[in-house]
Design a protein around this ligand. Sequence first.
Ligand code: ZN
Length: 347
Amino acid sequence: MLALRFYNKRDVRLENLPKPEPSENEVLIKVTQSGISQTQINEFIEGPFFINKDPHPLTGKSIPLIPCQEYGGIIEDVGKKVPKSLIGKQVAVLPLKSCGRCKYCKKGKENLCEKMAYHGLLGLDGGFAEYSVVHVNNIFPVEKEELLTFIEPLLVGLNTFDIYRTISKKKSFKREKVLILGAGPVGLSVASVWKDYVKADVSINDILAFRHKKAKELGLKTVDKGEIKKNSFDVVIDAAGMDPLSTQSAIVEGINYIKKGGFLISVGSYFHPVEFIPADLTFSEKNIISSMAYSLKLVNELPDVIKNLKINFKSLIQEIPLSKIIEEGYYRAEVEKESFVRIVVKC
Ligand SMILES: [Zn+2]
C-alpha cells in the first residue's frame, strides 16, 4: 500500500509498504479521509515534538511512523475476536490509546496516561496511508464522510468544555461569553462544540483573513481583532497555538480579553518560549488552564455533540490525493495558509 512515513524534521517519504493485517482485536480500515493538521506541519517543520524517536513504552514502536491523527474510512476486514458485522461500516479513528493501569488512567484522565500512545503522533501509525489497523475500541461510527477528520478535533473541543465545567461548577452556560482564537480545523471544531452543544455565546477570530471570513460564512459570530473588548470574556480559548506569521502569540494576547476571574484555556501547541507579565493575571485573578487531547469518557457524549452540529464541515474541505501529499499537503500547509482551512487526503 502507499503510505507516507515521517523519518525526521523535513524528512517525510512516500513509500510502498505491505498492507497491514488486523490481529485478533483489531479492524483493518480502508482509509478514505485523513486531515492535514497544524500539529503535523509543526512536526515536519521543526519536530519531532510528539512523534517518538525511541521505542514507545506501550507499543514498542518508533520512527519511521505514519502520521495523521485525524482520519477514518471503511472497515474492510476484522480480527478473529471482532464481529464480522462491522465490515463495511464507516468509522473515524479514536487515536488515543492508554495503559489502563496508571494513576491517571484510574481516575479517567487517560489523556495524561504515563504511557499514552496516539495514532499518527505517538507510538502508533496513523492515517496517511491507504490502510490502517486499529484496536476495535479505537473506532467511532460516523454517518457523514465529511466528519471523519473532525471527530478528533471535536473531542479536543469537548475536552476544553469538560475541564471548564469541572472547574466552574456551573450547570448552565447560556450566558457564558466565549472567545475562540484561531479558526482552523481545531478552532472551528472547538467553536462548534461551545456554540451548538454547550449553547454558549461564542465569538471567533483568526489573524488569517481567509479563515476569519470562512468562519463568518459558516454562520459563526466573528469579531475583528481591533474590536475585541478587553476584560470581557468568561472564557478565551487559544486554538491557534504557535504561528510563525504572528508577532504576538494568541495565548499572551488572549489574557487581555478574559474577564477578571475568568479563564483562558490553552489547547494550541507552543514549542517556544512566550513572554508575558504575570501581574496581568495576578492583579485580576485571571487563570490559564490547559486542555490536552481528550479523556475516554467524552466519547460517550460525542453522539449528542454531532447531533447538535450546525456548521457545514463539508464546505471546509479541499481534497488532494495521497500521491501528492508532500507538495500539495505539507508544503502548501506551510506556506499558503491563506488558501485553505482543511486539506484532506483522499486515499
Ligand atoms: Zn495509563
